[in-house]
Design a protein around this ligand. Sequence first.
Ligand code: PNS
Length: 166
Amino acid sequence: MKIAIYPGSFDPITLGHLDIIRRAARCFDKVFVCVLYNCDKKAPMFSPEKRLEMIRHAVAELPNVEAELFSGLLADYAREKKASILVKGVRNATDFDLEYQMAAINRGIWEELETVFLPACGAYQHFSSTMVREMIRYGQPLDKYVPLAVVEELERQKKADEDGRI
Ligand code: PNS
C-alpha cells in the first residue's frame, strides 16, 4: 500500500493545493493532507483548526484522502503514518530550489523518505495562500482561487462581524 503525505501550512487551502491533492489521490492508495502549524510563519490568518476544517470540506468527495493537524517534524509524522512518500507541488524554479533542499533535509532525517514533485497545472501556477490572504484583506472575490469551503467560511465570518456590530 503506497501511503503519501501532502504537507503544508494551507493558510488557506487554494484551488492549486486541491488540484495537487486530487492528482496525488490518483497516484497513491492513501493521501494524508497534513496541516503543519509549527512553521516559523508569523500571524497566520486562519487558526490550524479552521484550516483543517476547510480542507476536510474541500476533500470530502475523495475517499482515499484524510486531513490532519500536526505540530512537529514532518519525518516523524510520516513515520507515524507509515508513509514514505512526501508530495510537493512545484510552481516554478523558486519552489523547486526550496523543495529540492527540503527533500534532502527530510531524507537526511529518514533516508527512506522520498519526495515526489508534481508540477502545478498552468491555470494555478500563480496561485498562493499569500496571494489569497491579500485578496481577502482587500475584499476581492475569491471563488476563482479557493475551494467553496473557504468562500463559505469567509461569508460566515463577515456575517458574524456584521451581526456583532448591530
Ligand atoms: O505550505 P508551506 O508553508 O510552504 O509548507 C512548508 C512545510 C510546512 C511543509 C515545511 O515548513 C515543513 O515541512 N515543516 C515541518 C518541520 C520539518 O519537518 N522541517 C524539516 C524539513 S524542512
